[in-house]
Design a protein around this ligand. Structure first.
Ligand code: ADP
Ligand code: MG
Length: 392
């Protein structure tokens, strides 16, 4: 789960990380009221969306009067902001964060991520902050410093100090950075985060360090024990297909094709998407219905996939181990009875109770297309797409 910049800043500030003074606004009037509250004569109005790259997309505006603030706020509020990290629809701007403008001497990059290769938490930093990490890796690879954190020992002060010196910081700033690094790591661990990114962390004109931007993501599987984090969820930032699936306990990722997929097991789902591509089609989603899927669960999954207007064909691919083909088949039949299924449905069943499953499908009298192998199922799904779509 992702959260907004202002929420991440509030959490990090709670761990002692310095952030600019700021306030949230839902309207232009509120934005200028916030500026008055903050004081000073330069402010930054920042669109709160779950994406980076806002600056270059017009989502971060420096203002020096209340009129400018109101203009910036009414430009942004209610619009969808497209950044290079969003899809072409962009994300809805429903909240703004108004901050004091900080006098920037240098921008640093700081990230704490999960490194799957080493199975450890990794601290990444660079003196080329402000840019996205991918660009830094290409354009300033030498500036990238990495520290692998031992899970038993945690981040150690000497590692943090080494990193601070590695960034070429003035000795007066080293201790401040060490504090920020230790605090970021604590926040990451304590809150079950999967990512903490402060970009930029700036050196100010008066030689202080301040987090000007902050991004945090959390482990969905740990949210049950982090109610204060769960509360920060903002559904307006999520793909509605994905939120609907998550509410039903289904692992779902929305994609851009037109073949709706319902599969058990993440590996089989990936393989099926590959086979669809190989056959010349494109999947509309990744959906893992999991092990031991009851007919009710299959029906729920059908509902989620059919809720996507892009879906023109439905492909059910089950390799039942813990699952039972007969339950899945019953779920498919129920879907036809209870939902308005107007599209070709291809079903491929294999594994536990497969004979019973196939019998249920055959005896249902429904126009279900069956397949024996994964390759055959993918080809039939691609072939079953409406012709206009295929020509396009
Ligand atoms: P994003 O990463 O989504 O583009 P940032 O919050 O990093 O958004 O803002 C982009 C840039 O805007 C920063 O790199 C920084 O130069 C500037 N900026 C952001 N917040 C402030 C602030 N409070 N004061 C001065 N400049 C800021
Ligand atoms: Mg940023």
């Amino acid at each position: 789960m992702d959260i907004h910049e202002y929420q991440a800043k509030e959490l990090l500030a709670g761990y002692g990380i310095p952030v600019p003074v700021g306030g949230l606004a839902y309207s232009p009037e509120q934005a200028s009221y916030r500026a008055r509250e903050i004081g000073g004569d330069r402010w930054v109005v920042k669109a709160q969306i779950h994406s980076g790259g806002r600056g270059e997309a017009g989502g971060v505006r420096i203002c020096s009067s209340e009129t400018e603030i109101q203009e910036a706020a009414s430009d942004m509020l209610g619009r969808r902001l497209v950044t290079r990290q969003t899809d072409s629809r962009g994300k809805l701007v429903g909240r703004l964060y108004v901050e004091e403008a900080t006098d920037i001497a240098q921008e640093l990059y700081l990230g704490i991520v999960l490194d799957r290769a080493s199975e450890r938490i990794m601290l990444v930093a660079s003196s080329a902050g402000g840019m996205e990490i991918e660009e830094i890796a290409v354009e300033e690879p030498d500036s990238l410093l990495r520290i692998s954190i031992d899970p038993a020992a945690g981040l150690l002060e000497y590692q943090a100090r080494e990193l601070a010196f590695g960034l070429g910081l003035d000795s007066r700033l080293v201790n401040k950075l060490v504090k920020i690094l230790m605090a970021s790591y604590r926040a990451f661990r304590d809150l079950d985060a999967t990512m903490v990114e402060i970009n930029p962390l700036v050196v100010t004109g008066s030689d202080d360090l301040v987090a000007l931007d902050a991004k945090m993501s959390f482990d969905d599987n740990a949210l049950f024990r982090r109610p204060q984090i769960s509360e920060l969820r903002d559904r307006s930032q999520e793909d509605p297909r994905e939120s609907a699936a998550a509410d039903r306990g289904l692992a779902y990722v929305g994609l851009e094709g037109d073949i709706g997929c319902m599969i058990n097991g993440a590996g089989l789902a990936m393989a099926t998407m590959d086979m669809i591509k190989l056959a010349g089609g494109a999947p509309a989603n990744f959906l893992d219905i999991g092990g031991g899927a009851s007919p009710e669960r299959v029906l729920k999954a059908f509902r989620v996939v059919l809720g996507d207007a892009n879906v023109k064909v439905m492909l059910v691919n089950i390799f039942a181990g813990i699952n039972r083909c007969d339950w899945v088949a019953e779920g498919v039949v129920q879907a036809f009875q209870k939902l308005d299924v107007q599209m070709p449905v291809i079903v491929r069943l294999s594994g536990t109770n497969v004979d019973e499953g196939r019998r249920i499908i055959a005896q249902s009298g429904l126009p279900i297309i069956t397949a024996e192998t994964l390759a055959e199922a993918a080809e039939k799904a691609v072939a079953a797409r409406p012709t206009a779509e295929k020509a396009a």
